[in-house]
Design a protein around this ligand. Structure first.
Ligand SMILES: Nc1nc2c(ncn2[C@@H]2O[C@H](COP(=O)(O)OP(=O)(O)OP(=O)(O)O)[C@@H](O)[C@H]2O)c(=O)[nH]1
Ligand SMILES: [Mg+2]
Length: 308
């Protein structure tokens, strides 16, 4: 259970919303730091942090019950072939479609598959951060639940990490990758959206597919970076703000949604533009005093913030 600091009484709803977001961000960071501090090194291959390498793959789900069983089967087969310690964390936002029972069935046979249900919360980025916060893994991954991301690419992403990458991205735009059967107008919009990210990405560490939802990052590269739990495109923020030395893209062909319906829509486009604006504004600027204090207090308060 996570303990919350007592919030200041507020009357302005915008300030309340901002405070809620920043608290939720601080809690996620607090959990991540606490895991890093409390899990001692064991056997196995070591990450640069000195701890044995372990992958936690988060699968965010919203009404994906029809996809989850075939997906988990393929993911487990792919990860077995990597011969590494791993866990798969499904983070569901109260879909109420029976996914809990399905994942519980898989967990009973393989406890490395876990389910976290968030109550009263929505948002892809927040779900991913929550999953990452609940693991001690040295390597943090994410993929969609609808089989548009082929699980068979996971060993290649892992190989890139083992070869020293800080971030390995399943890429539709790297040479050899493709958007699959996308219509021309969607293709064009996507190209424009990627082009708009160029100023916020760092030179030498740019990704051609900065909006991919399929990647693995070293935990130490995002530790201490306050990532936004709102929004859909967490990779772009990582590219703009994490402590990355090397980014590798592994091409793949974006598949068709296996079953269920898309959650991407106008709201996602709006959130994307808002994120871009925030990253443009922040680029090259020294963090403000409140931002510095928020980061410092996150670091200072993480011990003792969790009661397991
Ligand atoms: N937990 C959680 N998962 C979400 C939320 N929104 C989307 N997802 C999941 O995030 C993944 C990506 O969502 P999709 O609807 O497939 O979005 P997309 O792949 O960009 O769009 P399509 O190409 O139309 O499928 C899927 O696994 C969704 O179930 C959310 O609010 N909470
Ligand atoms: Mg999808």
């Amino acid at each position: 259970m996570v303990s919350f600091r007592q919030p200041e009484p507020e009357i302005d709803p915008c300030r309340e919303e901002k405070a809620r977001r920043s608290k939720s961000r601080a809690d996620v960071q607090a959990i991540m730091h606490s895991h890093q501090a409390s899990h001692p090194a064991g056997e196995g291959k070591q990450a640069p942090s000195g701890r044995p390498a372990k992958l936690a793959l988060v699968i965010p789900t919203l009404r994906e019950a029809t996809n989850i069983l075939p997906l988990l089967g393929r993911v487990r087969t792919a990860l077995e072939s990597c011969r590494i310690p791993y866990e798969v964390i499904v983070v569901d936002d109260e879909s109420g479609d029976g996914i809990e029972k399905i994942v519980a069935g898989v967990s009973a046979e393989d406890p490395r598959v876990r389910l976290i249900v968030r109550h009263g919360e929505r948002g892809l980025a927040g779900a991913v951060l929550r999953g990452w916060a609940e693991t001690d893994a040295t390597h943090l991954g994410v993929m969609d639940a609808d089989l548009q991301h082929p699980p068979e690419l996971l060993p290649r992403l892992w190989a890139a990490m083992e070869a020293g990458a800080d971030l390995a991205v399943g890429s539709r735009y790297a040479s050899g990758g493709s958007l699959g059967g996308w219509k021309a107008w969607r293709h064009l919009l996507s190209r424009i959206a990627v082009w708009m990210t160029l100023p916020v990405q760092r030179s030498g560490r740019r990704a051609r597919d900065p909006m991919s939802g399929f990647f693995i990052v070293r935990r130490e590269c995002i530790d201490g970076v306050a990532l936004q739990p709102s929004g859909f495109k967490i990779l772009l923020e990582i590219l703009a703000r994490a402590h990355l030395r090397s980014v590798v893209e592994v091409p793949f062909t974006f598949g068709h949604r296996y079953a269920g319906s898309s959650k991407a829509g106008a709201r996602v486009a709006f959130d994307y533009l808002r994120l871009l604006l925030r990253l443009y504004r922040r680029k090259g600027r020294t963090p403000s005093r409140p931002e510095q204090e928020a980061a410092r207090s996150t670091l200072e308060n993480h011990h003792g913030a969790i009661h397991n």
